[in-house]
Design a protein around this ligand. Structure first.
Ligand code: LLP
Length: 384
């Protein structure tokens, strides 16, 4: 790999830069989403010939314009809470399929989801054991734990020991008996091992494993091999090879042609489409470090603090100036973890410079908080 991340061409470097400077002059902090980039990512995944249905994992970004854009691109939707189901129902046409994929949800969530058109995923025995009457006569999806997890950080791995997700395979036959006893049909199998995966081979392995499990369960019609498609963020990471992903999936499909293949990506569709705009505040030299303050922090974007995530940081006011300073870029929140980027080579900044934090379209605004009662970033959509 090279020095810069092997990412999609950054839309904010081009003609949109002036627009972003104007938007930042009106207000910061502010998220800006670029819909053409969402469409471009959507169409790339739509080119996966092996995949029969793509669901957008709504948790990554719930902005109505993004939901509408992905519905128009032919996406179905995956939701994890009644709130997400409502947000989607308010925007997308009734004909669009929905998945409800909760984890340790209260009984009331299943009651409300079963009253919608959503297909419900179970990932434990408990709902059938205790609330079996709710599911009688329904077709459900079973999420299994294939015994391993993957992803960009330990906290986003959703399989294997130590993860709370999925039914362990040694409980599968008991689950199937229970389903049978309650008049419930297991129509789909689901596995999602984690988030931020760049190796295409992973989904082929999951697909093959689910296919062979499905062979043991007569009623299965579709296999949902999850989301988790990563985007390169850290310098040196290489893009997920979508053509290779299709090749890998087609190979499995040739061996098990009788199941529909579903996926549910979130990040891949929206990460590069979003930026967080902030403004430079104070600077300080202390010990070996130079700190550059900006007017928002972990309250708007928690990923660096939570996962040590790397987001590219740009001084948009000085795009053409040499990067002669080495900064720790920090926010105004009263925690030492309120660092958005460490050791960043940037031009010498001035107060009020517009600072852009890239790849903030996924798991940015949706994970933000009112911490310290700082103003929340608002959201602006641009579509040209
Ligand atoms: N399906 C299921 C069952 C999931 O749990 C998730 C994400 C997805 C699909 C979508 O994954 P994606 O394609 O976006 O990787 N906040 C973390 C990511 C947590 C993902 C949680 N589940 C982050 O900012 O990296």
């Amino acid at each position: 790999g090279g020095e810069a991340p092997d990412a999609a061409p950054a839309w904010w470097r081009g003609p949109q830069r002036q627009r972003l400077l104007e938007l930042a002059a009106e207000a910061t902090p502010r998220y800006v989403y670029h819909l053409p980039t969402v469409r471009q990512q959507a169409r790339e995944l739509k080119s996966l010939a092996a995949v029969d249905r793509l669901h957008y994992a709504v948790k990554a970004n719930t902005h109505p314009a993004i939901l509408a854009t992905l519905a128009a691109e032919g996406f179905a939707f995956e939701c994890v809470s009644p709130g997400e189901l409502e947000a989607v129902a308010a925007i997308v046409p009734e004909s669009v399929p929905l998945l409800f994929t909760p984890n340790f949800a209260p009984r009331r969530d299943y009651v409300s989801a079963l009253a919608t058109r959503a297909t419900v995923t179970l990932d434990a025995m408990y709902p059938l054991e205790r609330w079996g009457e709710l599911f009688r006569g329904h077709e459900i999806v079973l999420r299994v734990d294939l015994g391993r997890g993957l992803g960009h950080h330990e906290k986003v791995r959703t399989g294997g020991s130590g993860s709370k997700f999925g039914l362990p395979l040694d409980q599968l036959s008991t689950f199937l008996q229970l389903a049978d006893a309650h008049g419930v049909t297991v129509r789909g199998l689901h596995a999602h091992l984690g988030s931020g995966v760049l190796d295409a081979a992973h989904w082929g392995e999951v697909y093959a494993q689910l296919s062979s499990l499905a062979e043991r369960i007569g009623s299965v019609a579709f296999l949902n091999i999850g989301g988790g498609l990563g985007v390169p963020s850290h310098p040196g990471e290489v893009r997920l090879d979508v053509a290779e992903l299709d090749r890998v999936l087609r190979e499995v499909k040739a061996a098990y042609p009788h199941y529909q293949l579903w996926m549910e990506p979130g990040r891949y569709l929206v990460a590069d489409a979003g930026v967080l705009l902030a403004r430079a505040t104070q600077q300080k030299g202390k010990g070996a470090f130079r700190y550059l303050g900006i007017d928002t922090g972990m309250n708007s974007l928690i990923r660096p603090a939570l996962y040590d995530a790397w987001h590219e940081i740009i001084n948009l006011s000085r795009l053409d100036e040499p990067a002669t300073a080495l900064y720790q870029v920090v926010g105004p929140i009263c925690e030492s973890g309120d660092v958005l980027g460490t050791d960043r080579r940037l031009p010498e900044a001035q107060e009020d410079d517009v600072i852009l934090i890239a790849q903030a379209g996924a798991y940015g605004k949706v994970m933000s908080s009112h911490y310290n009662l700082r103003d929340e970033a608002d959201e602006v959509v641009i579509d040209a």
